[in-house]
Design a protein around this ligand. Structure first.
Ligand code: BV8
Ligand code: ZN
Length: 249
């Protein structure tokens, strides 16, 4: 039985849980996409780790600067905009993202819960002191090259991006807020995530177990073996605006 959009219109609290797929139509590669260039021979999980960074800071810093430059040139897409618009249509909306880009904020979403940190925040790898001035983004970074990370003003350690790497704990308070919202919500929209990375991937299941209706928005099939779990196949930038038209027209 298909998902009934009136459930969204009647929801008191909606959680939107997003992954890399919501930024795909903005031209941002997802983690499923093959890495290219200098990084072609690596798995993202190797690069997105403290070990990977310590092994070759210039390679990993260059990868983050390339991604940062790509995000700066990108625009929020219709999926991001629909999520921002949804917040004005329901009594309460909690947006939880696994993404480290700022496209939800640039689409107008507020109080975004970033489970895996944010790319545009930097701190020292060694003493954890936040970078005290904006970190330059070289013009040619977008083409992808090795770039030596800047040094900490305090201890001369290398700066690192303010993201959660594989093997690192997620920010406790943010994760607790996301879990609490999953347990309280009536509807959870899970948008553009392969559901592989833990503990974030447990959020839709948590919502389902607490009695919510869960809707997966993804061009790829997502297993939905539960009477309150639904699939809306397709791209976020197409499915979400259509869902809002059906629910609130
Ligand atoms: C942790 C920030 C406790 C960095 C990310 C061994 C040692 C240590 C830990 C582990 C271990 N083995 C397993 C673990 C746990 C590990 C984990 O889950 N590994 C997986 C791979 C099995 N998790 C961790 O390490 C976490 N920490 O557990 O700490 C701990 C501590 C010490 C020791 C043990 C445990 C930290 C995880 C956070 C990692 N950081 N990001 C950066 O961005 O560089 S995760 C990163 O990958 C993203 O943030 C994202 O979360 C994830 C990719 O997932 P998705 O967002 O789903 O994206 P993906 O590309 O996979 O899928 C895209 C989807 O979109 C697809 O389904 C596609 O069909 C769809 N799509 C495509 N186009 C569209 C679309 N959908 C809609 N519209 C479209 N147009
Ligand atoms: Zn330092």
């Amino acid at each position: 039985m298909p998902f009934d959009p009136t459930l969204l219109a009647q929801a008191r609290h909606v959680v939107v849980f997003t992954g890399a797929g919501v930024s795909a139509e903005s031209g941002i590669a997802t983690f499923r996409d093959k890495l290219t260039g200098l990084w072609a021979r690596f798995d993202p999980a190797q690069l997105a780790s403290a070990e990977g960074f310590r092994a070759d800071p210039a390679l990993v810093w260059g990868w983050y600067q390339m991604r940062r430059a790509g995000i700066a040139k990108a625009e929020p897409n219709a999926g991001h905009l629909a999520i921002a618009a949804l917040a004005a249509q329901v009594p309460k909306l909690t947006l939880v993202t696994q993404n480290v880009d700022d496209l939800h904020e640039r689409a107008g979403s507020r109080a975004v819960l970033h489970l895996h940190g944010r790319l545009n925040a930097f701190r020292c790898l060694d003493c954890a002191r936040p970078a005290d001035e904006p970190v330059a983004l070289p013009e040619d970074a977008v083409h992808g090259r090795r770039i030596e990370p800047p040094r900490c003003a305090c201890c001369a350690g290398p700066l690192r991006p303010g993201v959660v790497w594989f093997g690192e704990m997620l920010p406790e308070a943010v994760l607790e807020q996301a879990f609490a919202a999953a347990r309280q919500c009536d509807v959870l929209l899970s948008v553009g995530t392969s559901g592989l990375v833990q503990p974030a991937a447990s959020i839709p299941r948590m919502a389902l177990a607490a009695g919510a209706t869960v809707v997966h928005v993804n061009p790829q099939p997502v297993p939905c073996e539960h009477p309150r779990a639904f699939m809306l196949p397709g791209k976020a930038g197409e499915v979400l605006p259509q869902l809002l038209r059906q629910a609130f027209a």
